[in-house]
Design a protein around this ligand. Structure first.
Ligand code: NAX
Length: 344
């Protein structure tokens, strides 16, 4: 049965990721073939012409699931009735810009957007922050939407990091990406993130799942070689993949970022199935992450929102890596709080 259209608001819709997102959402890749969508594109005045151009092309695609495209440069208009918010537009770091200035500039974007979501979004709204610094931007938006929208409706994107980790493991083990399960990205979407394979498994040709660590040891010639590969190649490569893409491609990750954003929303809305994925969600104190921080965890969804997978064992080295990334999130939160940019 075809349902009523879902209102999806995309900020920064005139930008690169926006351009890679819009057409796939309208084609049904995100919410499936039974859910028509109504797109709301939020841009700043300078980005409006690009968004208008994308809207013209959307019309030219004649997507059966697309029930309208509206453009605005006013968050109150763009988020009115919004059911899914995708916060992509952000202020990039300019030359000589300090980290505190970057956080403040983005608080000036994500704060008002959160307030607009609190004021007018659909009661079932769910929001993902993609624009960087994504975790802290989600935190700011959630705080500004309170108390009208519960904080757990906000998340930040680490699915791209998750997919990058799966891609690296699949290549190293000579299997398809669908043969890898149980990878986790912990912490911040930054170079301090911890891509963790301690609970990851690989589906072998014999039909059995085996620990990734054992499969790597078999392939690389022993446990020590596998551990060295994980520490010296895998973790840094996943954490710095964004920079590698810029170096090779001459431009930042766009299609893979849009794909991960679509998968993030799709998994939350339609469910994760039998495995978990990674998303930055609000901590309730799980794994020692301070309550209220938006940090990446292993998560599942049955369609009613992300839940943190609890009870995984972390050894001492893994705990130290998680703590280092979480410390960075605490520092970001404290900086915006000290500047008076975080509500409550
Ligand atoms: P672009 O610079 O191409 O596009 C950003 C768009 O946002 C521009 O059109 C700009 O006019 C618009 N914008 C700026 N301020 C706005 C506001 N207040 N309201 C509405 N729109 C606004 O960047 P793009 O390559 O699309 O990347 C977008 C963001 O995604 C960046 O912050 C980037 O760092 C971040 N990324 C996050 C990733 C993640 O995994 N969390 C990975 C990919 C990407 O790097």
């Amino acid at each position: 049965m075809v349902s009523a259209p879902t209102t999806v608001t995309i900020t920064g819709a005139g930008g690169q990721i926006g351009y890679a997102l819009l057409f796939r959402i309208a084609a049904g890749d995100m919410l499936g073939p039974d859910r028509p969508v109504r797109l709301r594109l939020l841009e700043i005045p300078q980005g409006m012409r690009a968004a208008e151009g994308a809207a013209l092309e959307l019309q030219d695609c004649a997507f059966p699931l697309l029930h309208g495209v509206e453009l605005s440069d006013d968050p109150r208009v763009a988020f009115d009735g919004c059911r899914i918010g995708m916060l992509v537009g952000a202020r990039p770091r300019g030359p000589g810009m300090e980290r505190a200035d970057l956080l403040a500039a983005n608080a000036g974007i994500f704060g008002p957007q959160g307030a607009a979501i609190g004021a007018g979004a659909d009661p079932g709204v769910r929001v993902v922050a993609v624009g960087n610094p994504a975790n802290t931007n989600a935190l700011i938006a959630a705080a500004s939407a309170a108390p009208d929208v519960p904080a757990d409706r906000f998340s930040a994107l680490t699915r791209l990091d998750h997919n990058r980790a799966v891609g690296q493991l699949a290549a190293a083990l000579g299997v398809g990406a669908d043969a890898i399960a149980g990878v986790t990205i912990w912490g911040n979407h930054s170079a301090t993130q911890f891509p963790d394979v301690a609970h990851a498994t690989v589906h072998g040709e014999d039909g059995e799942w085996m620990p990734v660590a054992s499969a790597l040891a078999e392939r690389l010639g022993g446990t020590a070689a596998a551990a060295a590969w994980l520490d010296d190649e895998f973790i840094p490569r996943v954490a710095r993949r964004g920079a590698e893409i810029i170096e090779v491609r001459g431009s930042s990750s766009v299609a893979s970022a849009a794909n991960a954003t679509i998968e993030h929303v799709r998994s939350e809305e339609l469910g994760t199935g039998s495995t978990w994925t990674s998303a930055a969600v609000v901590s309730h104190g799980e794994y020692g992450v301070p309550e209220g921080l938006v940090s990446s965890f292993p998560v599942t969804s049955d369609g009613s929102g992300y839940r943190i997978v609890e009870g995984l064992e972390l050894d001492e080295r893994s705990r130290a890596r998680v703590s280092a990334s979480v410390a960075e999130l605490v520092a970001e939160r404290d900086a915006v709080r000290a500047a008076g940019l975080l509500q409550a």
